[in-house]
Ligand binder design. Structure first.
Ligand code: ATP
Ligand code: MG
Length: 418
């Protein structure tokens, strides 16, 4: 099912506004923050966001997407609540509101305002919403009333109907009735649901994320997406030392991340031969650092083939032995591309909190070991030295191992709702 993007910029579609109150359909009003700062590139960022919104709705509802000055309006054909919920995960979106459009007539605006407040109160315990206020934003300066005049006008009509239940409170009201006065319509809503913020996926290039089954790397991928990167994934697998559960866990994580980027690809690299060579020929204490150097080399080649401009990892300074400044330096030395580490200064708990928020945590903590646990040294090196790594790597045929790993790499395409 394809949905349409209408890049209308100047006026408001009046289709809903002319209908009677009963028929007025919901639309999703989208606010975005940082894009507004992008100067001449602003149109590019907005169009990308509109197209990502359309992709996110695929399979859920046909939608019409309209760009208006500083806002995006999404008109779903069905399931508006679910569309709004899904759009809360689209990078670049600051907040969304389910709203209804009304013609620019104060009387009709007040009538719709009352109806929206009544709907918000329905099924809500009396002590939860005791105060309200009206907050008008007037994008259309030709409208006959100022913002505060319309606030008062609407409040004066809502209040008598609900006097036993609500009082007006200008600061810290339990319920805020929002009104946006645009060119042809006013849009009315009572909730602002937060989005992730950031920049639309695909506006800041393509990166390759080294994804283990742990807690951190899915969070790192999400953070790269949030800064506008399109993310592909690579994972390293040591069959038969590790079973299918470890591999499945990574695929499951990519599926969860599809909420934020509906299509992606995962490369699964057979890593056993590399690990066996390192086990057989390199100093035991260096194994983990050497595994990671191999991962960087393989990832660099995959990234170049797939036009990725950087690698992303879930490394955090000092979290484990392989993440000291010295070891990170040894690992990065084997990469041919910039390595982005969004979690570098985060505590584990902060990463756990984010993993819970984005929905990857429960899968990440399923017990299935990572390939780095295979032939794990008793006493891993903490302050590794690049010269030692290079020397160890002369003891086996690096190119042969890389070529073989790449030859055996499997590519899995993942789509939202797969
Ligand atoms: P995570 O929770 O992401 O596994 P971690 O704190 O457990 O992170 P490490 O196991 O030391 O950290 O791994 C550091 C980073 O190396 C990971 O965040 C990931 O980017 C990468 N990495 C580790 N193991 C693998 C793997 N099997 N496949 C792909 N990348 C990996
Ligand atoms: Mg790990």
């Amino acid at each position: 099912m394809r949905s349409e993007v209408n890049l209308q910029t100047s006026s408001d579609s009046a289709s809903s506004a002319s209908s009677s109150a009963e028929e007025r359909p919901y639309l999703v009003l989208i606010r975005y923050g940082e894009l507004a700062l992008k100067g001449k590139n602003r149109g590019f960022f907005e169009r990308k966001l509109a197209s990502n919104i359309r992709s996110a709705c695929e399979g859920l509802s046909k939608v019409r997407v309209e760009l208006r000055r500083g806002r995006i309006m999404v008109w779903p054909e069905q399931k508006p609540e679910r569309v709004a919920k899904r759009l809360q995960d689209v990078m670049g979106i600051q907040s969304v509101s389910l709203a209804r459009g009304v013609p620019l007539d104060p009387e009709l605006i007040a009538e719709e305002g009352l109806r929206s407040v009544q709907e918000a109160l329905e099924g809500c315990p009396a002590d939860e919403i005791q105060s309200f206020r009206v907050a008008t934003r007037r994008g259309n300066k030709n409208f006959q009333m100022t913002s505060s005049e319309l606030d008062c006008y609407v409040a004066d009509r809502v209040l008598p109907e609900l006097e036993k239940r609500l009082k007006v409170q200008l600061k810290g009201a339990d319920l805020v009735l929002g009104i946006e006065v645009r060119e042809k319509n006013a849009f009315i809503f009572t909730k602002r649901l937060p989005g992730p913020g950031g920049l639309p996926v695909g506006t800041l290039g393509h990166v390759l994320c080294l994804l283990s089954g742990g807690i951190d790397s899915p969070v790192a991928a999400w953070m790269a997406m949030k800064r506008g990167c399109r993310v592909s994934y690579v994972t390293y697998h040591s069959s038969p030392y590790l079973g299918d559960a470890s591999r499945k866990k990574v695929v499951d994580l990519v599926r969860i991340l599809a909420q934020y980027q509906p299509t992606s690809q995962l490369f699964v690299v057979p890593f056993t031969k590399c690990q066996e060579a390192i086990r057989d020929f390199a100093p035991e204490r260096y194994r983990t650092v050497l595994y990671r150097r191999m991962m960087q080399r393989i990832a660099t080649r995959l990234a170049r083939r797939n036009r990725c401009g950087a690698l992303v990892t879930g490394e955090s300074l000092g979290q484990v032995a392989s993440q000291t400044l010295e070891n990170i330096t040894c690992i990065e030395d084997a990469s041919g591309l910039p390595v982005i580490r969004p979690l570098i200064a985060m505590d584990k708990q902060e990463s756990v909190n984010l993993a819970q928020r984005i929905g990857t945590y429960d899968t990440s903590i399923e017990p299935a070991p990572d390939c780095c646990t295979v032939f794990q040294p008793e006493k891993p090196i903490i302050y590794g030295r690049i010269e030692e790594c290079l020397e160890a790597e002369t003891t086996f045929d690096l190119d042969e191992l890389l070529t073989e790993a790449l030859r055996g790499t499997e590519r899995i395409k993942v789509r939202l709702d797969d």
